[in-house]
Design a protein around this ligand. Structure first.
Ligand SMILES: NC(=O)c1ccc[n+]([C@@H]2O[C@H](COP(=O)([O-])OP(=O)(O)OC[C@H]3O[C@@H](n4cnc5c(N)ncnc54)[C@H](OP(=O)(O)O)[C@@H]3O)[C@@H](O)[C@H]2O)c1
Length: 314
């Protein structure tokens, strides 16, 4: 199939493009930078240069490529995550999730794409009530903290626009927290690794927030599956072991050879890092991966972050 990957040079895109090429697909990778053309060529794909926030550039890139499938893997999260100013940190990503989604959908509709696969997130968007592990049918958070409201709205916008596109097969992949090569929690370091090493990533309160992780290669495998088949809808792309912060954070510290994380009470966490950080450390919920296993035929090759984190250090 001919597949256009928007975000071909990102953490996920760099894993996804070579896998698609290896499966015999004809891949066009989108970037803003002329200088990243070679990176895309080296992955076996054809580059196209366009700013995802410019509707004319996107329309031109898609019209020229004439893809059958578009994968929307655009985010802007590689800079430091300032949780105190959550919506400000996510501002560009939110534009990519709203305007960027609109432009790609419009351009895809003009050339008659049969599928549109887009990146969402499994974790803080879910409601913080009820069971510790959520399915795709469980509600999103109806009352997010003020500092996260715009980011919640952008996720909701993307998911509604993609699954509501009745002229194509719209698929939303809610990835868990990435770890592995090229991510913030990678074998060669990364922002999270550095924070854990410097003991700047404490367990807040009871550390009862449940996180779901996914190895970046498993996320890419699931994306290949969603590009090739499966009914329209939302899928949680996470590993088999949702876990509380109080478990995974000490394990991450041990894996990277750091001392055990500090523990701070909730009130101090709020003072030091803001409400969003406290919510993520104490209230968020994990996600179930039964649906993509059943309907996409996907199995994570790294079923538990426990082994995955341990292998990072090795
Ligand atoms: N994805 C998440 O949900 C998430 C959450 C928390 C932390 N992280 C961490 O953040 C790091 C990577 O984040 P990332 O994947 O967002 O970073 P990234 O490496 O900056 O990738 C973003 C991709 O989007 C493209 N892009 C962004 N703005 C664009 C625009 N206006 N027009 C066209 N393309 C555009 C980039 O293309 P060009 O630069 O080539 O133009 C790139 O391919 C990892 O360490 C990961 O662990 C990710």
């Amino acid at each position: 199939m001919k597949v256009l990957v928007a975000g071909a040079t990102g953490a996920l895109g760099k894993q996804l493009v070579p896998k698609l090429v290896a499966r015999g697909h004809d891949v066009v990778g989108m970037t803003r930078s002329e200088s990243k053309r070679q990176l895309i060529l080296d992955m076996g794909a054809a580059p196209t240069v366009a700013d995802a926030l410019d509707p004319d550039q996107v329309a031109r890139a898609v019209a020229t490529a004439e893809p059958e499938v578009i994968a929307h893997e655009l985010t802007a999260l590689s800079d430091s995550l300032d949780l105190r100013h959550f919506d400000r940190t996510f501002a560009m990503t939110n534009r990519l999730r709203t305007e960027g989604t609109d432009h790609l959908l419009a351009a895809g509709r003009a050339v008659g794409i049969s599928r549109f696969v887009a990146q969402s997130y499994a974790g803080w968007p879910s409601a913080r009530t009820g069971g510790r592990v959520k399915t795709e049918d469980d509600p999103l958070d109806p009352t997010p903290p003020d500092s996260m409201r715009a980011s919640h709205d952008a996720i909701r916008y993307l998911e509604t626009a993609v699954t509501g596109a009745d002229w194509t097969e719209g698929v939303v992949l809610r990835y868990g927290g990435f770890y592995g090569p090229g991510t913030a929690l990678g074998p060669d370091g990364g922002e999270t690794v550095e924070m854990v090493r410097k003991r700047k990533f404490p367990v807040v309160g009871d550390g009862g927030g449940i996180w779901s992780f996914v190895h970046i290669e498993d996320a890419a495998d699931a994306t290949v599956a969603a590009i090739e088949h499966g009914p329209r809808g939302i899928y949680n792309i996470v590993d088999d072991e949702p876990a509380p912060v109080s478990e995974w954070l000490p394990a991450a510290a041990a894996a990277v050879g750091a001392r055990a994380p500090r523990r701070v009470p909730r009130w101090l966490g709020r003072v030091l890092a803001g409400e969003a950080a406290v919510v993520m450390m104490t209230e968020v919920r994990g996600a179930s991966n039964l649906k993509p296993k059943r309907e996409l035929g996907w199995q994570p090759r790294h079923p538990s972050w426990r082994d995955g984190f341990a292998r990072l250090a090795a």
